[in-house]
Design a protein around this ligand. Structure first.
Ligand SMILES: Cc1cc2nc3c(=O)[nH]c(=O)nc-3n(C[C@H](O)[C@H](O)[C@H](O)COP(=O)(O)OP(=O)(O)OC[C@H]3O[C@@H](n4cnc5c(N)ncnc54)[C@H](O)[C@@H]3O)c2cc1C
Ligand code: FES
Length: 290
């Protein structure tokens, strides 16, 4: 069992957990992920390793409550335990010191997987320019942390409630037009955002790394669930990624594959909400009775 040592709310429906997982903490590198299972009957879900402390043996994860399992995870507190916490999985980001200038773009909860990469690249001596964005102010996360690992930070919101009014792609295009060309752009967030970022960077012929959140089951390259196409070749995000060349990824295919369990996800969420409702009403009745 893997104990949750710390549970913190970062934004509306976005939480950070610090988990006691010494073996993962000793072996992991920036860009890798874990697959966790809350309990014996639970679904396996992949989450990026946001931070780790190999001395303390801890792993930090950040997750957004988007469906049944992440909602259930969000109900856990410090002291609770997770059944499984498997990792590190996937390929780490290559930090060779050859990159001199990098633009890191994070959208929504995608800022969490951007952070360890930005930090590793900054520590390797690269100049890091960061752009973070969200739908609105209450969904902006890790602003201070990103500031600490970048030379310049730009913040924007879709509704203009904080920072610049607009999408991360607008800021990205402006910087590519007006500043020195970067060696690499890293873009992580919702699929439409990563696709739009790649559309922009292609115009400027700038290499772009994206991190694909395709639906995963085993996480070891056996089941085929996370299949993606990169440059016409079949790849598996869990073992060949999650980082891929954004200019070669078939985003349209991935978007279609991403909605293949929508009905099942809806049913699972409705069933869980019903169960939660029964529990809440139950405890409410007890309170009223006492
Ligand atoms: C390598 C990797 C790293 C990830 N890192 C993070 C992270 O750091 N923080 C974070 O909040 N989310 C991350 N995700 C996405 C996260 O795994 C999903 O949000 C989660 O599995 C949804 O489960 P659910 O039961 O709550 O929602 P569901 O009801 O199952 O689904 C809700 C939405 O999430 C998508 N989804 C469902 N299952 C998966 C899955 N196994 N993998 C990817 N997407 C899925 C569905 O297409 C749907 O749009 C990552 C995904 C991958 C592949
Ligand atoms: S999750 Fe099964 S092959 Fe990648």
């Amino acid at each position: 069992m893997y104990k949750i040592l710390e549970a913190k709310q970062l934004a509306t429906e976005i939480k950070l957990f610090v988990v006691d997982a010494p073996k993962v903490a000793h072996a992991c590198k920036p860009g890798q992920f874990i697959i966790l299972k809350i309990n014996e009957q639970g679904e396996r879900i992949p989450l990026t390793i946001y931070d780790y402390d190999s001395e303390k043996g801890t792993i930090s994860i950040i997750f957004q409550e988007v469906g049944k399992t992440t909602r259930q995870l969000g109900r856990l507190k410090a002291g609770d335990e997770l059944q499984d916490f498997v990792g590190p999985l996937g390929k780490p980001i290559e930090v060779t010191g050859s990159h001199k200038r990098i633009i890191c773009v994070g959208g929504g909860v995608g800022v969490a997987p951007v952070y360890p990469k930005a930090r590793a690249l900054k520590n390797s001596g690269a100049e890091v320019v960061a752009i973070i964005g969200a739908r609105s102010k209450d969904l902006i996360i890790l602003e201070e942390e990103m500031k600490a690992v970048s030379n310049e930070l730009y913040v924007c919101t879709d509704d203009g409630s904080y920072g610049e009014h607009g999408f991360v792609t607008q800021v990205l295009e402006r910087l590519l037009q007006s500043q020195q060309k970067p060696d690499l752009v890293i873009a992580i967030g919702p699929l439409p955002m990563m696709k739009a970022c790649c559309h922009v960077t292609k115009k400027f012929d700038t290499p772009t790394l994206v991190s694909l959140n395709s639906i995963m089951v085993d996480g070891t390259g056996m089941c085929g669930s996370c299949r993606v196409t990169e440059g016409g070749q079949t790849k598996f995000a869990c073992v060949d990624g999650p980082g891929f060349d954004g200019h070669l990824v078939d985003f349209n295919e991935l978007m279609q594959r991403q909605v293949r369990f929508v009905e099942e996800e809806k049913v699972a969420m409705e069933r869980y909400e019903k169960m939660e409702g029964v529990k809440e009403n139950g405890s409410c009745c007890l309170k009223n009775d006492s």
